[in-house]
Design a protein around this ligand. Structure first.
Ligand code: HEC
Ligand code: HEC
Ligand code: HEC
Ligand code: HEC
Length: 265
């Protein structure tokens, strides 16, 4: 009797093991391309940007000569640490320098040591076979700045911002871009698409999706409302005060931000 029970047990264990193996194979077949796949909406490297002739460099420090308060705020934010943050560097090492990470952590092509062959074509599904050539205009200093001022504000020699045309008196070309008032600016990076069974559905990379499905988004809140608090001050010493926003981007590491979760406006 005991021997019969043992035999049945053995069979059962075998059946369960085979079922698990079949399930794993199915999961693998459904998701053969790694943890996530890039969609067309995902950010790509911003093409190489020349230094506008009115400025001395693209470095945040040099913007900070005039925009000193914003520069000091940015310096304390994770955006300025996006390339040197140890959590990120550990991940980058683990995933063998996956260039998809760099598209958001060092978004300007000026910040990339290599130009990927995919810059001219579309992103392929796998990165292993990618060819790359050395980037002759690579700026290692700018690379360390991660999500730097120019990544959000500069395009083809013009500094874009939230103010309507004609209202400013700036030493560099300026233009209004409505994306500064919308969440689309943030979503190009904070909305890394993921596949089923992905580990990337939560956290810094995909907060966009999380936020979009929430109550606050339905009420019309954009990312800036909660992550860039409003402030009225001059953009540069000696200029008139204007309505703008702080460049601190508090997140999951900020006590104050976490406390806000429990207090309704
Ligand atoms: C020599 C000083 C100086 C430097 C350097 C400088 N700016 Fe400015 N910037 C100004 C002034 C002055 C204004 C307009 C202030 C006003 O009229 O209230 C301005 C306006 C702006 C605006 C508002 C644009 C708009 O239309 O909404 C942005 C954004 C901006 N600067 C970003 C930058 C960035 C990024 C850099 C570095 C790449 C930079 N600035 C470098 C002085 C400077
Ligand atoms: C070019 C890509 C890019 C853009 C655009 C961007 N971010 Fe980020 N952001 C990042 C990266 C990369 C990090 C994470 C840095 C790290 O952890 O290494 C980050 C970090 C953050 C954090 C900090 C999270 C924490 O836990 O402290 C907040 C908050 C944030 N971003 C909000 C925003 C908002 C709001 C916008 C739009 C105004 C925005 N981001 C636009 C790439 C971007
Ligand atoms: C109604 C306010 C609100 C809105 C709108 C909002 N957030 Fe947040 N966000 C928070 C709070 C509060 C936290 C801190 C609690 C947490 O980490 O979950 C946070 C956390 C984050 C983090 C850090 C996550 C982590 O794991 O450390 C990032 C990145 C972020 N938000 C980006 C965004 C982006 C991008 C948008 C727009 C698509 C957005 N948020 C919209 C309130 C908001
Ligand atoms: C992640 C994107 C991002 C980065 C990085 C960034 N900014 Fe901004 N910046 C914004 C947004 C969004 C606004 C619009 C805020 C508003 O509605 O007034 C803005 C507004 C401004 C303005 C207009 C004044 C104001 O407060 O609105 C200036 C000047 C400016 N930024 C300078 C800088 C400088 C200098 C740096 C780097 C030290 C920098 N920004 C980095 C997103 C960014």
């Amino acid at each position: 009797m005991a021997i019969l029970a043992l035999k049945i047990m053995k069979k059962l264990i075998l059946i369960i093991l085979s079922l698990i193996i079949v399930l794993l194979v199915i999961v693998f077949l459904l998701n053969p391309k790694g943890i996530y796949q890039l969609s067309d909406n995902t950010a790509k490297f911003i093409p190489q940007q020349a230094i506008p002739k009115e400025l001395v460099s693209l470095k945040a420090e040099d913007c900070g000569v005039c925009h000193s308060e914003i520069y000091q705020e940015w310096q304390t934010s994770l955006h300025s640490k996006a390339f040197i943050d140890p959590f990120f560097t550990a991940y980058l090492k683990k995933d063998k320098g996956d260039p998809t990470y760099l598209v958001c952590h060092t978004p300007l092509l000026n910040q990339s040591p290599v130009i990927l062959s995919s810059e001219s074509v579309d992103y392929p599904d796998t990165w292993g076979a990618l060819k790359s050539i050395a980037n002759p205009d690579f700026d290692p200093e700018l690379q360390k700045e991660g999500v730097t001022c120019a990544a959000c504000h500069l395009k083809d020699g013009i500094i874009y911002g939230p103010y309507k045309k004609g209202s400013l008196d700036a030493p560099h070309p300026v233009a209004y871009d409505e994306k500064f008032l919308k969440k689309s600016l943030c979503q190009q990076c904070h909305e890394v698409p993921s596949k089923d069974f992905s580990l990337m559905n939560e956290g810094v990379c995909s907060t966009g999706m999380e936020s979009n499905s929430g109550l606050w988004s339905a009420k019309g809140f954009v990312c800036q409302d909660c992550h860039m608090s409003p402030v009225t001050r001059p953009l540069m010493a000696g200029y008139p005060a204007r309505e703008g926003r702080k460049h601190l981007w508090p997140g999951g590491y900020s006590n104050h931000q976490l406390q806000k979760v429990f207090s309704r406006p």
